[in-house]
Design a protein around this ligand. Structure first.
Ligand SMILES: [Zn+2]
Ligand SMILES: [Zn+2]
Length: 271
């Protein structure tokens, strides 16, 4: 088990969330490792979108898992004198039948697991609600009868169920639905019912002593961190371990908006 709080107390140059050729990342693992070494990172984790039991363009195929492990082992020794590499997965929670707690993942030599919700149930099966807004808007009509409240509530109830089923080390971007939802319905994140849903998740995070990430992927383009900055104080005051991850899909973005998040977090802690 990795001691994230120890790592982040010793280094600001780390990232535990990244995607490569094995899922929807835009470069090879080696290019990310090289970028991390060039930027003098001390710790770098690969977290491909896990295999899931149906076809999905963003997720790693079951048949690629062995290749992923072999490539990781090659890079781990190649870079051993420069930085610590970790082999992880960002595991999709789909429901009782598939998620970080599924026995399949026990068979893999993963250093840690990120648990994330990208899919929620619809009348037509599981639907990925994490993508670009244009695609989200289309799915809202096709799969959800434009019922944004259902989509938001379903995202958070899946998240709560994932927390109950456990077996992950970092909870990924736990309020990310707020991004597409607030495009669809401006101001939704300021509604009391919405805030209550997020606070319920935070209650659960605190009672389960989870490690949380601040995900900086959308900061440059959409001026948003996940979770929203307004929730950081609650997490920090409760002593929750907070890692700052770039969720990089491009090697040049491994540190994108991380320094800004670190500064904001430090400022809030010193007030
Ligand atoms: Zn994700
Ligand atoms: Zn990711």
């Amino acid at each position: 088990m990795i001691d994230f709080s120890k790592i982040i107390s010793e280094s600001n140059l780390y990232n535990f969330h990244s995607h490569t050729q094995f899922c929807d990342g835009r470069a090879e693992m080696e290019q990310f490792a090289q970028a991390a070494a060039d930027s003098r990172f001390t710790h770098y984790g690969f977290s491909p979108h896990s295999p899931i039991p149906f076809e999905s363009p963003c997720n790693m195929k079951f048949s690629d898992v062995d290749k992923y492990i072999a490539e990781f082992n090659r890079l781990k020794s190649l870079y051993s004198d420069r930085l610590e590499l970790y082999m992880a997965m960002e595991i999709d929670y789909l429901g009782d039948d598939w998620g970080p707690a599924s026995p399949y993942f026990d068979s893999l030599p993963l250093d840690y697991r990120i648990g994330s919700v990208h899919f929620i149930p619809s009348k037509n099966g599981m639907v990925d609600v994490d993508g670009r807004f244009e695609s989200f808007k289309n799915k809202m009509a096709v799969h959800f009868d434009n019922d944004i409240r259902y989509v938001v509530e379903s995202f958070y109830s899946q998240t709560n169920r994932m927390i109950q089923s456990g077996k992950f080390d970092i909870i990924g971007h736990f309020d990310k639905i707020g991004h597409n939802a607030s495009h669809f319905c401006p101001g939704i994140e300021d509604k009391q019912w919405y805030i209550n849903l997020v606070n319920d998740i935070i209650d659960n995070i605190i009672s389960n002593k989870l490690t949380v990430e601040i995900n900086t992927k959308a900061k440059a383009e959409h001026n948003k961190f996940f979770p929203n900055e307004k929730y950081w104080k609650r997490l920090s005051d409760a002593g929750i371990t907070i890692v700052i991850n770039s969720d990089a899909h491009y090697p040049e973005l491994i540190n994108a908006s991380r320094p800004e998040a670190l500064t904001s977090l430090d400022r809030l802690r010193s007030n």
